[in-house]
Design a protein around this ligand. Structure first.
Ligand SMILES: [Zn+2]
Ligand SMILES: [Zn+2]
Length: 280
């Protein structure tokens, strides 16, 4: 194990939290900033047809999203330091020597972690759309009716805390190499930015490709922010397909956004406050 100072000492706890915050927030600003620059500042014309919603963003939307995302990063940072303490005390199965487990375990543990995270988030997300829970926990995220790269971590602090519980719980049961964990966190950030981009970047017909049909992208998640009662997934579509919560508009909207020929446009619903939740 790497030699870390005793993180239960307040000064080290604070220092570690500041460092983890800078990493988490830095990764958010880097990923969201890069996608925003490429797709919205440098080449917006090139991606115009693939923009899912044509309406302009609300004034101050990005500022609010960045503010909530920074609060989420802080929550993730505290959770990261608490997880490191669990690690120091020997409660997690996080490891740093590749030789501790077979090499094939590196990709397999990553795949298991992603599938378990997907499962946790899918069911948590459906619960968060329960009318009573929605208003308190999840509404902040849906304030971004038209999403942007900056929406990636825009959550109410309560949602941030519930999301942050997953990793320490996972690490207590699943042996993961430290670098695999870093890769999973990076995938989480980049996929969240892609899914909230509101510009479809995947190739034509990817929604029915044998790999693409299992991956969530901007069109898929944009429909969640418009329709609320479909497309609850995080990285993958398998839960939505299995539980029949995938939007029926998805194939047509994906085709419309990625086909060179002009198809008759899919009419996206305008969201009203009363539509915001779905009784289950
Ligand atoms: Zn939602
Ligand atoms: Zn979202």
């Amino acid at each position: 194990m790497y030699q870390l100072p005793d993180l239960t000492q307040p000064v080290w706890f604070f220092a570690a939290t500041v460092i983890v915050f800078m990493v988490v927030a830095g990764r958010y600003f880097l990923a969201a900033g890069l996608f925003y620059a490429v797709f919205y500042v440098w080449y917006p014309q090139k991606w115009k047809q693939r923009k899912i919603n044509s309406r302009n963003y609300n004034k101050h939307q990005f500022r609010k999203e960045v503010k909530w995302s920074c609060i989420t990063a802080l929550i993730f940072a505290v959770s990261g330091t608490l997880t490191a303490i669990l690690w120091q005390k020997g409660y997690t199965k996080l490891y740093t020597e590749v030789a501790d487990y077979p090499v094939w375990w590196l990709p397999v543990s990553l795949a298991i972690a992603l599938v378990l995270h997907e499962t946790y988030y899918y069911w948590l997300h459906r619960w968060m759309h329960h009318p009573k829970v929605f208003k308190i926990v999840h509404k902040v995220h849906h304030d971004s009716n038209i999403t942007s790269p900056w929406t990636a971590f825009s959550f109410h602090p309560l949602e941030g805390v519930i999301q942050a519980l997953f990793l320490p719980a996972l690490l207590m049961v699943l042996p993961m190499h430290l670098y695999v964990l870093v890769i999973q966190l990076t995938i989480m950030t980049i996929s969240s930015v892609i899914n909230h981009l509101d510009i479809e970047i995947y190739p034509r017909n990817f929604y029915k490709h044998f790999v693409g049909r299992w991956l969530i992208g901007a069109t898929h998640h944009s429909l969640h922010h418009k329709q609320f009662k479909y497309n609850y997934g995080l990285y993958f579509t398998f839960w939505d397909k299995w539980k029949r919560t995938e939007s029926p508009l998805y194939p047509k909207l994906f085709q419309e956004k990625t086909n060179a020929e002009q198809l008759s446009p899919v009419v996206l619903p305008e969201v009203e406050e009363c539509d915001a939740t779905t009784a289950q």
